[in-house]
Design a protein around this ligand. Sequence first.
Ligand SMILES: [Fe+2]
Ligand SMILES: [Fe+2]
Length: 246
Amino acid sequence: MNSLQRAEAADHAAIEELERLVIVKSTIYTSGERDPRQPQPRQDDTGKLYLMGHDPRLPRMPERPTLFDFFRLRFGSANHMLQSARLARKNGVDEKIVLACLIHDIATSGFIRSDHGYWAAQLVEPYVDEEVAFAIRYHQILRFYPDESVGYAYPDSYVRLFGADFRPEPYVHRAYEYCKKHKWYMTARLLTVNDLYSFDPNMQIELEEFEDVVGRHFRQPEEGLGFDASPSAHMWRTINWPTRYL
Ligand SMILES: [Fe+2]
Ligand SMILES: [Fe+2]
């Protein structure tokens, strides 16, 4: 078999595997597009099995996936995070903040958008300094509040995206009041300062540029993300296997 034939055979096997499976989307994927109270549209499952592992439509993750494996195989473009991390480094901030910049939006690029700072912080909390998780959680909040002392203004992009009249929910305001008085306020603030909202879509930065920072400040579990029984392991597994029936 030449390489083209091998690729065709692999495609064929993947299609056959797909035909034998019932793949169901979690309610949260479709809530809004359909009324979540209604039963899911039924698929014909005669002679089929419900997917309980790897989704054949996705690139397969290694057995012990690392943070960068998730970046390469499950997250959308990391351009924005990479450029923010590079800017943070150029601005000479603490390396922990460079790491925070590198991973601050992993929820929007690979998990759940709504309350993305909270989700991202929770994902990484077992593997980073508490201060890094704090900065990631509250960057979402602080983005809405200017701080002239560091030259941070309310983002023009937010006016365009959400309208000039948009006001954050009361819980956001309460979180801001809390964060403002916290000893790590400036860490979270520096993340928003380096969180580039007009980044260059043509600038290519490789993940490897930050291998050293990740090596020093992200405690990769030996078993791989998702398999180390940490409090967020199940969340990494869900990103790895997003369509498992249970
Ligand atoms: Fe963000
Ligand atoms: Fe961001």
